[in-house]
Design a protein around this ligand. Structure first.
Ligand code: GLU
Ligand code: MG
Length: 450
């Protein structure tokens, strides 16, 4: 959208507030809103934000990070292309923003600018990464005792659960349609109250922007029904976790051809796809700190829960870190893709996808080989067998994943020192805070904040 079109759309819809949104190092979504009267000027100037916000954790406790203190500002500069009227808030609209320095340069602690850098790195290699964040989320309602309970006890893909959520799901789809986000499908999933509604893939930054709009929309609409939608990885420890699998494929820069597809391979994958996948697997233990980043994420990443727990890949293998998704007959060239299972919706989509691209491109540059596919659950192989095949267990805590990230030179260099340092500090502070408290504290905060 052009800036003039944004102004016109805001006027035509009697918008009073326009939210300038971002996703932070704690992976929560935050923003500031301008009154519509100042929209024209703020489309270019942006809105002021204290630099300290990128040192704030998900408990809203400021962490000591050099340069991110009470002194100093950045600007949240909106991308007019992302303008949407919010269907779940009166007279409100929103845009996604980049964090910029006062002189208009990308700020080096900005997650969206990090993804743009990785997009440009891919483009130089002739690649555009398309992605879809495939969310599972849990619909809950107040349980009358100060907590929340799932809205249904239905079975996976069960029609009782379909009926339980039919009204709210219809409203969510309508809200997506109003914002130009194309829903692909819907089904109640395995956990009680768990829903899955995939949307269509889109190029890199747009895919991550869509993920922010997705979380906002599902939560916003649910609130209007008096329910809460949670994107926590494991809102109820005894039930199935919420994944946010990242489907990805590399295309030429004109988006004409799926370069991950090859008709001559048994799994429909090209050399490029194998190298890219090998890079993702090679860096996966550190990448997890970006794709499954919360304290609560590590309750989900257990063997035999279809969330994946090992650095393996396999065709349609739902226990492998990367699933080679089979194409649809007659549409293979457009539907073959790879799916990172080791990702959940408590992540910052810009950091998750940017990290995935950095890892994959490293695999392409170094022509890495992912080895033979896992044709069974890697968790059922013996330790020796896994070692022989180079299949490694994931870190089992947030702290271990953060250490693996810090040891990963490729991912650290891609993030750059300011983003890497602030992210590690913020996320380590969350690990400390949640390890000092009980399970109820962890669940309450993750269920509510994500
Ligand atoms: N709920 C599973 C997860 O935690 C995924 C189930 C599926 O394959 O859709 O990722
Ligand atoms: Mg699912």
């Amino acid at each position: 959208m052009l800036p003039e079109q944004v102004i016109q759309a805001a006027q035509a819809n009697n918008v009073r507030l326009v939210r300038f949104l971002y996703c932070d190092n704690g992976c929560t979504i935050r923003g500031k809103a301008t009154h519509a009267a100042f929209l024209t000027e703020r489309l270019t100037t942006g809105m002021g934000l204290t630099r300290a916000m990128q040192a704030m954790n998900m408990l809203d406790v400021l962490q000591p990070v050099e340069g991110l203190t009470a002194v100093g500002e950045i600007r949240l500069v909106p991308d007019p292309d992302t303008f949407v009227i919010l269907p779940y808030a009166p007279h409100s609209a929103a845009m996604l923003t980049d964090m910029q320095t006062l002189d208009g340069q990308p700020w080096d602690a900005c997650p969206r600018s990090f993804l743009k850098r990785m997009r440009d790195r891919a483009a130089e290699m002739g690649l555009t990464i398309q992605a879809a964040f495939e969310n599972e989320f849990t619909l809950v309602r107040p349980d009358g005792q100060g907590g929340y309970a799932p809205i249904d006890e239905g079975v996976c893909f069960g029609t009782i659960a379909f009926d339980e959520s039919a009204l709210i799901i219809d409203d969510i789809i309508a809200a997506f349609e109003a914002q130009g986000v194309q829903v692909d499908a819907f089904y109640p999933e395995h956990g009680h109250g768990q829903q899955e509604m995939p949307i269509r893939h889109a190029p890199d930054v747009r895919a991550a922007d869509n993920q922010v709009l997705y979380r906002e929309t599902v939560r916003g609409v649910s609130r209007r029904h008096g329910w809460l939608a949670s994107f926590a990885a494991k809102p109820f420890p005894h039930l199935t976790g919420n994944g946010c699998h990242i489907h990805f494929s590399a295309w030429d820069n004109q988006l004409q051809t799926n370069l991950f597809y090859s008709p001559s391979d048994p799994y429909g994958l090209s050399e490029l796809a194998y190298h890219f996948m090998a890079g993702v697997l090679h860096h996966l233990r550190g990448l997890l700190a970006l794709t499954a980043p919360s304290y609560n994420s590590y309750r989900r990443l257990q063997p035999h829960f279809w969330s994946s727990a090992y650095t393996a890949w396999g065709p349609d293998n739902r226990e492998a870190g990367v699933r080679a998704a089979s194409g649809f007959r007659g549409h293979e060239a457009t539907s073959v893709n790879l799916e990172l299972k080791a990702s959940d919706p408590s992540n910052n989509p810009y950091l998750a996808l940017g990290g995935l691209i950095a890892a994959g491109l490293d695999g392409v540059t170094r022509q890495l080989d992912p080895g033979p596919p896992a044709l069974s659950d890697p968790g059922l192989l013996s330790e020796d067998e896994r070692e022989r095949r180079g299949i490694r267990r994931y870190p089992t805590t947030q702290a271990e994943a953060l250490d693996a990230l810090e040891r990963d030179d490729v991912l650290m260099a891609a993030l750059g020192p300011t983003l890497a340092r602030s992210y590690l500090t913020v996320k380590r502070s969350e690990f400390k805070a949640f390890s000092e408290q009980d399970l109820a504290f962890e669940l309450k905060h993750h269920l509510y904040k994500f």
